[in-house]
Design a protein around this ligand. Structure first.
Ligand code: ADP
Length: 264
């Protein structure tokens, strides 16, 4: 089974691409943002820890639900608070993601897509077979974030809130070096659809074309599947070395936030 890691920056079009992968190509999508929400959903252990740490008066609405916009403002401005929240959310998300991949493999699916905004920063890119990066310029990114309708119950983001959120992530241009598939989302939606179709055709060809003989062989004969998995990890190991050389250790030096994410 091919595991695709889908990433980009906030507002570059990851959700739009994952929507296309699901609706046009019927691929299973695991959305890390949804899992992250589940990790601190009301009633969960994560919720109790977060409320105890940040204070009910700062992050809860009058009806006791989480005020995500208030929590977002705190953590996007303060790296220590971000680190604390990541320490609760990341391990839970990794566990849920692993279970989702396992279930898809048991169902005999040929491909699963992990939609993970921090795929590169959290070093999860090393564990997927394909890294798909959705790219646009920072100027267009800001415009798309501001134009995006807010989630129900949330106020639209101001320009400075949008910039805080962009600054809290690695610039999307820096993620391109990790990509095995780049989607340039500067054009129209139909242009995006065509790029997504081409990417899926490439992945299908890698998995044995329309008959899918390769992934079926890996699935039906576990020793072959395990060997293919090892070869994939080995390939990633050598790719990581190349990436490190090309970025001259930039990611390793990128300061507190990246180190915190690696430890989480
Ligand atoms: P992300 O999931 O990466 O944060 P979204 O998929 O939500 O980004 O896209 C951000 C906004 O840009 C959304 O309002 C979406 O409808 C819009 N959008 C995405 N792709 C395009 C495109 N090719 N043309 C115009 N608007 C787009």
């Amino acid at each position: 089974m091919l595991v695709v890691g889908l990433t980009g920056g906030i507002g570059t079009g990851k959700s739009t691409v994952s929507g296309l992968l699901s609706s046009r190509h019927h691929l299973s999508i695991v959305d890390a943002d949804i899992l992250a929400r589940d990790a601190i959903a009301p009633g969960s252990a994560g919720f109790r820890k977060v409320v105890a740490h940040f204070g009910a008066d700062r992050i809860l609405n009058a009806d006791g639900s989480l005020n995500r916009s208030a929590l977002g403002d705190i953590i996007f401005r303060d790296p220590n608070e971000r680190q604390y929240l990541n320490g609760i959310i990341h391990p839970a998300v990794r566990r849920m993601m692993f279970m989702a991949v396992l279930k898809a493999w048991l169902r005999g699916e040929w491909c699963i897509v992990l939609d993970v905004p921090l795929l590169i920063e959290a070093n999860l890119w090393k564990w997927v077979g394909e890294v798909m990066v959705v790219f646009i310029s920072e100027k267009l990114q800001l415009r798309r974030i501001l134009d995006r309708p807010p989630l129900p119950g949330n106020a639209p983001l101001t320009e400075s809130q949008a910039q805080d959120r962009m600054r809290a992530q690695m610039p999307v241009a820096d993620k391109l070096v990790y990509a095995t598939t780049v989607v340039d989302n500067s054009g129209s939606l139909s242009d995006l659809e065509a790029q997504v179709d081409r990417a899926v055709a490439k992945w299908r060809a890698q998995q044995g074309g329309s008959s899918g003989w390769w992934w079926k062989l890996c699935w039906l004969v576990p020793p072959v599947g395990i060997m293919a998995g090892w070869i994939c990890l080995l390939r990633t190991y050598f790719r990581a070395k190349t990436v490190r050389k090309r970025t001259r250790g930039e990611v390793e030096r990128r300061g507190v936030e990246m180190q915190d994410l690696k430890r989480a």
